[in-house]
Design a protein around this ligand. Structure first.
Ligand SMILES: C[S@@+](CC[C@H](N)C(=O)[O-])C[C@H]1O[C@@H](n2cnc3c(N)ncnc32)[C@H](O)[C@@H]1O
Length: 341
């Protein structure tokens, strides 16, 4: 057995123990899995798949993950998915120079393909996330210097690809990943093969003081820090209202004074049916724009900071503007300005 495989085995065992010790809190609101994610998980199990990557699959995590376990990644033709991601970044004017400047993790996905505009082979998932990372540079560069140290927390961090891209672009001195246990495990196995940094699994005794920290929703209350940036991409949209409310309360308590909270979500997969249920109006909304990522529904970028004045938003207008963007209607700047003024 190679040294790396031993390390992965150790990390996996440590994580599973961490999860088992935390199940006592499985009924906290952030951890009550939405019907959408119950379906994803139960379809994985019905097809004979394990929710947690089995020990025997650790020698080829890329193959196991590519089969769409846990993350609900499309199981079908991965080349189609890659082609679709290319079309999306092209439609969103994401520069290929930017995509080519990023490195993809070697560890998670085996389905990598070539394209004349790309310098190497990449997966569809990487291309999709590279587009998202580009969107983040647009906002982060407005509020932070690339050299200043940043503490980031990501809710629904998936396999960790976005974090790896942001670490290539910014001076990040802490990244805290929050996700359901089976996905958080994969994310940790991915990131800790790239970085040797100190890390922690957050619980009552470990409150997230390392450079890299993982937290499952069961232990959300134990995170003891404030963050410059809190991120949520395509995941509040798949959560229950219980989940959403507990995360919004958490963001309000854990965003630093000058920090920003960025949501890139639509709705209709989870329980939220209108923008006000995301409680964006409980923050100062700094910007609202179309995200480049659009399926049937488009994702909407909302950039927020902690509320500093007594401004009241017109909630009907908030719902209307957000709905138009979700439904891929043209961006109506006047309406957005009216909402935000
Ligand atoms: C569509 S994936 C998006 C992942 C990643 N942000 C991306 O853009 O590729 C949604 C993520 O939300 C996570 N998630 C679902 N319910 C959650 C909850 N209650 N707490 C934390 N994460 C959750 C899922 O496990 C999954 O990683």
């Amino acid at each position: 057995m190679s040294k790396d495989l031993n390390k992965l085995k150790e990390l996996r065992n440590k994580f599973i123990k961490y999860y088992e010790n935390s199940t006592i809190r499985k009924n906290v609101p952030a951890a009550k899995v939405s019907d959408f994610w119950k379906r994803v998980h139960s379809s994985t199990e019905k097809k004979g798949g394990d929710l947690f990557i089995p020990e025997k699959a650790l020698s080829d995590i890329g193959d196991w993950t590519a089969k769409g376990r846990t993350m609900g990644l499309p199981r079908g033709n991965k080349k189609n998915w890659f082609d679709k991601s290319i079309k999306r970044v092209e439609a969103g004017n994401i520069p290929f120079d930017f995509i080519n400047s990023l490195i993809e993790s070697e560890h998670l996905l085996n389905d990598k393909f070539e394209h004349p505009k790309l310098d190497g082979k990449y997966s569809g998932y990487f291309i999709l996330n590279a587009g998202t990372a580009y969107g983040f540079t647009k906002y982060l560069d407005r509020y932070f210097d690339r050299k200043s140290p940043l503490k980031i927390a990501e809710i629904g961090s998936g396999l960790g690809d976005l974090s790896y891209m942001l670490m290539q672009l910014y001076n990040i001195n802490k990244y805290t990943y929050i996700d359901l246990a089976p996905t958080a495990l994969l994310c940790m196995l991915n990131i800790l093969q790239i970085y040797e940094d100190d890390h922690e699994l957050i619980d009552k005794e470990h409150t997230g003081n390392c450079k890299l920290n993982w937290c499952i929703p069961e232990n959300l209350e134990f995170i003891d820090d404030k963050f410059d940036v809190i991120i949520n991409v395509a995941s509040l949209q798949e959560m229950s209202l219980d989940n959403v409310n507990s995360y919004i309360d958490w963001v309000k308590a854990h965003l630093s004074e000058n920090g920003i909270f960025i949501s890139m979500n639509h709705y209709e997969r989870g329980e939220v049916t209108k923008a006000r249920e995301y409680r964006f109006h409980e923050f100062d909304i700094l910007e609202m724009d179309k995200n480049y990522r659009r399926l049937t529904n488009g994702l909407v970028d909302v950039v927020m900071k902690l509320k500093t004045d007594s401004k009241e938003y017109d909630l009907d207008l908030l719902d209307e503007v957000y709905h138009e963007l979700v439904k891929n209607k043209p961006l109506n700047k006047d309406k957005i300005n009216k909402l935000l003024k």
